[in-house]
Design a protein around this ligand. Sequence first.
Ligand SMILES: *Cc1c(COP(=O)(O)O)cnc(C)c1O
Length: 388
Amino acid sequence: MKEDTILVTAGRDPHAHDGVVNPPVYHASTILFPSVAAMHEAHKQPFDSPSYGRLGTATTFALEKAVAAAEGGYRSIAVSSGVAAINTALMSFAKSGAHLLIADSVYFPTRRFCEQVLKPLGVKIDYFDPLIGKGIEAHLRPETVAVFLESPGSLTFEVQDVPAITAAAHARDVAVLLDNTWASPLFFKPFEHGVDISIQAATKYIVGHADVMLGVVTTTEKWHHKLWKTARLLGACPGPDDCYLALRGLRTLSVRLRQHQENALHIARWLQQRPEVSRVLCPALPEDPGHAIWKRDFLGASGLFGVVLKPVSAAVVAAMLDDMEFFGIGESWGGYESLAIPTWPEKCRSAVPWEAEGPCLRLHIGLEDVDDLMADLKKGFERLTRAC
Ligand SMILES: *Cc1c(COP(=O)(O)O)cnc(C)c1O
């Protein structure tokens, strides 16, 4: 089955639900059984047969099946947010004395969880240069249990050599975790590149409409039970309406993402020509240092990228971003709308300092018309120049 067909059909069973196209939303805590024997039977099949609301209903299972098919993994586990998905994955490997290797460019809350939760529990944490590739070998210790990747990196968009890292890690029986949110399940196929556990902040492109918090962890068969056990212990279950909306978002992911890509590349190229811009951090651009690996491993680029401006003060950047008409100032991304925020990658690094000639922005390019978006940015640059 081709990918677009998978996105439309996976996890659906209309004839089990009176012919209704989308699976119904089951609001449930208690699940009732006709007999004690039936209750025991349900507990033996936790992925297909509901036994308690927290462990999922047909709504949750439908989403999990569809995301697993899209990511190309064995099974998925839906949780209450992207951060819950990251924490579930990390907690599966956390024990006193265990060593975790974390890419220096990870999403900041991933680092914060390592620093503020895992380290005090006795887990050893080291951060590594996201461009390390095969060099990860030198950082693997006998007590290393997992390597955590995110490619491209949050805020700075360095592309990691995932196949080289997974080869080195697997040679030492170390698991590889990847935050695959930027590419979505469509533009990077984690399991084809050796990843063991893939994480999606479904809040972003899978939901796609800026109205739901949700995370999904997808694994190979080998790791499924371990991750599922941790998720069950942590109890960060998703709400049924959120699973429903994520599943609905997933059905149109492919068409939305292609348009995000087209719009983002158009604007990224235009920004490269602007006198106010020093460089654009987007691996889909041939000038980007990560372009060769991106082209080798990725199937496309999403709508999120960074911009390094020529040196100006933070107040001048704020003058540009305040009063934008179409670009909202706000966290998150992956919805249908454009966003622009200032970022400070230098505050999120420890292994390799972030050095840039000017302040950084992060843009999410939505589904508006690119001419309107460029006109909005142009007016922003005029405010920037006036404020200098
Ligand atoms: C937003 C984001 C997350 C966290 O997702 P939430 O649903 O907001 O908790 C994780 N990873 C990346 C790369 C993100 O951008």
